[in-house]
Design a protein around this ligand. Structure first.
Ligand SMILES: Nc1ncnc2c1ncn2[C@@H]1O[C@H](COP(=O)(O)OP(=O)(O)O)[C@@H](O)[C@H]1O
Ligand SMILES: [Mg+2]
Length: 538
């Protein structure tokens, strides 16, 4: 018999560090996301498909908005096999210059929005290259991009992502002579499913239409059903302004990072130029609080020095951050879109004033409540409607990960009973919330859930309470009307009977008596008598 312990000893051989590290290598960002695609929203058959639609539609809207174009976006899905779909997304945006097509679609962390402090839907330059990657991972096929800047020449490019290099691999490239401006993206996906639920591409587009009243969006589903969400407004949102960071929201790491990239010659001028609300006077105040000379080259600033500055940031009084860069949808626009799409009996919209979270990041909250009509969603008790909460971040619908989201938390803390919405969950009510900020604090790269910063939850809650009160007023008025009508009916019925009895006793004119009695009742109830005449004798 072999001694087991001895055998184990024999088999486990010591390995040197050199041996262990011979496979040590850098992985590309694309490689990382290929293995961790759930971080980008590619998890589950339904969600993956909605994510693709989301990436394409947000880019189309961003591009149009930046270029000052009224967007027209056409999305279509076609089933080509079991769990196998073809998608197209066409926009009338500015187009993409030929030399940038491969960077946009075939490379991650490449984009025009990453380095800027602007409120756009995209931020990281990962989105659409993720679509290329997901498409090729599930089908082995390239994406096709048709794009033109309106020069009379359309680039028709097929490309894939070279995952190990995070670079595009151009499969085919042609030029078509045609006068057109925009971008059309076409590709295939496998292992995805189209459904008509709350998290479907259809719902994504419906909500996008509500939050983007200036956009015309057409969606053709795999059954060939075409839905057109026409615009309710021709006002193109002003392009978002660049917003410099405010000193209060800054941590040491981020400060050093900005300093490294700065071209300023001195720390003082770096502070004055890269931050909002740091004037020469404020820079002097900071100088008085730190133990090194702010004439120093910002690229040579040490961690300890940067730490001194962030500490000074917390002590100096700065003006609140400027908020002109924020772009809410606006009450009037939300109201129009809500009325058109939900056709409610009642609606109320509120855009709160901008404020800040985390000490220095400006944000703003917009909410709407709609009751009756097509508000709410089906599937409630006894075939009725259920409450529907529509979450948005910079006009982009958030359909997934509702659980941990600041918006959901805020909705749940409102005591809807106090506003006459007795059983909130089972009411035909839609609550719309749009969070507006340059930096939405998402909880993950999937960008479907907002981290529960106290200030954000509080603002949303206040806004909801305000529209809740308006609903309450409407509802109690409506209830009063109903009660008054019921009382009127009873009184009218008895007045006729009473008039008949009195007429019998006094030998008076029954008709006349009825009329006088009813006139009296009408006057008491503030209702016009005429309307009651016909009903009187009943
Ligand atoms: N439909 C489009 N029209 C014009 N430009 C686009 C379009 N789609 C993407 N882009 C450009 O490609 C860049 C990368 O897009 P994406 O990978 O989705 O990242 P992000 O949207 O976060 O910047 C965008 O910043 C934009 O400059
Ligand atoms: Mg994007």
């Amino acid at each position: 018999m072999v001694d087991m312990a001895e055998k184990d000893e024999e088999e486990v051989k010591e390995r040197s560090a050199d041996e262990l590290f011979k496979d040590f290598k850098e992985v590309s960002i694309t490689e990382f996301f290929r293995k961790n695609k759930a971080h980008l929203g590619y998890s589950g058959k339904q969600r993956s498909l909605t994510t693709v639609v989301h990436e394409l539609v947000t880019n189309a809207l961003d591009a149009c908005e930046e270029a000052g174009i009224l967007p027209e976006v056409e999305v279509a899905l076609k089933q080509v096999g079991p769990e196998h779909y073809r998608f197209t997304c066409k926009d009338n945006g500015p187009g993409i210059p030929e030399e940038h097509v491969s960077g946009v679609f075939g490379q991650m962390l490449a984009g025009t929005k990453f380095h800027r402090h602007v409120q756009l839907r995209g931020q990281q330059g990962i989105g659409v290259a993720g679509v290329t990657m997901f498409s090729q991972m599930t089908t082995g096929k390239p994406m096709r991009i048709l794009t033109s800047t309106g020069s009379g020449k359309v680039n028709d490019i097929k490309l894939m992502v070279d995952v190990s290099k995070n670079k595009a691999d151009i499969i085919e490239s042609n030029i078509i002579t045609q006068k057109w401006r925009g971008t059309e993206i076409e590709g295939e996906l496998k292992g995805v499913a189209f459904t008509l639920g709350e998290r479907s591409p259809y719902e994504y587009i419906r909500r996008t239409a509500i939050a983007n009243p200036h956009a015309k969006i057409t969606f053709t589903d795999p059954e060939g059903r075409k839905s057109v969400f026409d615009r309710t407004s021709k006002i193109i949102p002003r392009p978002p302004g660049e917003m410099k960071p405010h000193p209060r929201g800054m941590d040491t790491d981020e400060l050093l990072n900005l300093a490294k990239k700065s071209s300023a010659r001195r720390v003082s001028s770096f502070l004055e130029s890269e931050f909002s609300r740091i004037s020469k006077a404020k820079a002097d105040e900071i100088q008085a609080k730190v133990n090194f000379d702010l004439k120093k080259n910002p690229r040579k600033m040490t961690w300890a020095e940067a730490e001194e500055i962030t500490k000074a940031f917390a002590e100096v009084d700065f003006m609140a951050p400027p908020v002109e860069g924020l772009r809410p949808i606006g009450e009037e626009q939300v109201d129009k879109a809500v009325l058109k799409i939900l056709k409610p009996e009642f609606s109320s919209v509120l855009t709160r004033n901008p404020t800040v979270y985390g000490g220095g990041v400006p944000f703003q909250v917009e909410v709407a409540i709609a009751y009756g009509g097509s508000a709410g969603r089906s599937g409630g008790e006894e075939g009725g409607s259920k409450a529907e909460v529509m979450r948005f971040a910079n006009r982009t619908p958030l359909l997934f990960d509702a659980g941990g989201c600041a918006i959901t938390q805020a909705v749940n803390t409102v005591e809807w009973k106090r506003y006459d919405v007795k059983d909130f969950e089972n009411s035909p009510v839609t609550v719309f919330i749009n969070l507006v900020s340059v930096y939405i604090p998402y909880t993950s790269a999937g960008k479907q859930s907002v981290s529960a910063e106290d200030e954000i939850v509080k603002e949303i809650r206040m806004a909801l309470m305000d529209v809740g009160r308006k609903f309450h007023r409407y509802h109690s008025r409506m209830r009063r009307d109903i009660e008054r009508e019921a009382r009127m009916h009873t009184l009218m019925k008895y007045s006729a009977e009473l008039a008949a009895s009195v007429a019998k006793l006094t030998k008076g004119d029954e008709k006349k008596l009825t009329k006088s009695l009813q006139t009296l009742i009408a006057k008491k109830l503030h209702i016009e008598y005429k309307a009651l005449d016909a009903e009187g004798g009943k």
